[in-house]
Design a protein around this ligand. Sequence first.
Ligand code: AMP
Ligand code: MG
Length: 594
Amino acid sequence: MISVEEALEKVLSYVGVLEPERKPILDCLGQVLAEDIHPTIDIPPLDNSAMDGYALRAKDTRVASESSPGYLIVVGEVAAGSMPTKEVRPGTAIRIMTGAPLPTGANAVVQFEDTDELSRKSSRGDLSQIGILCQAKKGLNVRGRGEDIASGDLVLKKGKVLRPQEIGVLASLGCSTALVIRRPIIAILATGDELISVDQPLAPGKIYDSNTYTIAAEVSRYGGIPKILGIGRDSVQSLTEKINESLDADMLITSGGVSKGDYDMVKDFLAEHGEIGFWTVCMKPGKPLAFGIMKMMEGSRERKVPHLGLPGNPVSSMITFEQFARPAILKMMGKKILAKPSIRATIKEDIVNTDGRRIFARVTVTRRGGQYHASLASPQGSGILTSLAKANGLAVIPENSKEVKAGDTVEVQMLDWGEEQGEVKTLPIVSIVGQSQSGKTLLIEQLIAEFKKRGYKIAALKHSRGGLEIDHPGKDSWKFAQAGSDAVCVNSPDKLAFIKNLDHDLDIEEIMPIVGLEFDLILAEGFRKSKIPKIEVHRKELGDDLLCSPGELSAIVTDGPLDIDIVQLPWGDTVAVADFIEKNFILNKKSKAC
Ligand code: AMP
Ligand code: MG
């Protein structure tokens, strides 16, 4: 049995990026661009109006106001799509519509609302003149030529995943086709004597084949082209016939027939007609998962097709697809981000890991008080497909974790979030908040000592309202800053300090990248308003009120328990607080072997 990481590495090592193809832009949604786009035109091609109004010379409105309008003679009109036939000379204006080219001589557009046009129209006044009610600056409501795209620019880079907006950019440049990495063809075969196709009447002892449909929909969702082979029976002859139809595919995905039962022929077939890469993965559900290379004869030529043999149970089949087939499809399509975005969420129920496999539990994730909460979309049987229909995430319980308790933080893969969203990184940071005199600084000191004892590398973060202690007037570092340096770095043989002038009080998210990722845990004091995980220190003698609302807190440390639904840790018990932080915020390093 191999680990999830090893299995994925193996699958990915057998598939490569496919070749590019040129096709109509509307068919390219979600595909990876295989060429750089350098336009030969400017967009917009000419200076034009961003408003319906009057094109004029800014100078002519120098003293115009609502109480004393500047009057101009209207010499013409220009609509979008046509070219102006007249010039704007001093003292004149041309009525102009949004998108229409700016007439020669004009350098600003005043919108209708800032003219007296409406009152002239309602009083059937003279429209050969117009009163301007405001001063217009040069360039007002004018969209400059090439403002969006200038000819020759690199507008879209090779490797870009095409979303609707990029397809729009291509259209705006007059590109009707694009060169993109082609979509993989994925042959899908369900196996089992018990299966019936959805268009047939159900017979005793039979069930409808649902895996074909889940898998085909997944293939389409991730950009591949499903090629449905139908249902293979549990016999070598039936499997041979069906599998031969997958010759032109980039990958074959079967479901069922990979367990240890008498009729589980798929893995035996793979062993005989190909090469097994692995069989069984340290995960739950989805342990019986086969992967290898199916070898088939195309005339006298041997063709090799990567084959992923998913388990038959509908839940196992979809979860293993998500972990292995999805990244393989994305890689073939030339995508770089293969990981499903994951978040950290507080789990509502206990989860027990009895046999040391990585559990993928179906959960429903909600967001409350700036934090994610996950609840099991029970029941969790691997045949219960509706549990996946209820779920929007998979909580990942590491194989080395024997038990997860309600209230613990777990990693959750978000099923419906796109890969481009990237990993939502939860930094190993906790802030200790509390009223003054609650003992929060003392707790941080004790925690630092405790974590050092446990072998962790800790950074402490403190917001100092009254300025930095180390930055005194007269010191060289201070003199350098006074001379205009934006940052000063002072180092000694054993310490480094980086002092940077700021134009605003940084939020914690802005500070984090500066602190760097080398620490196992960052302990902060305060930052009550930020969204990082917080633990509040509470003392009975200071009253029952908390600084933060319970929904914003991961726990409280208190000497007088409160009647609220939140983890409460005993005040003075540093070990208990450190245990809580270690379990929930110090990122689990997943073991590779199983
Ligand atoms: P197997 O892996 O072939 O032993 O199948 C495990 C379980 O999944 C059995 O209860 C099968 O009936 C069920 N199963 C297998 N293939 C499908 C399918 N295509 N659609 C729905 N259920 C399936
Ligand atoms: Mg079967």
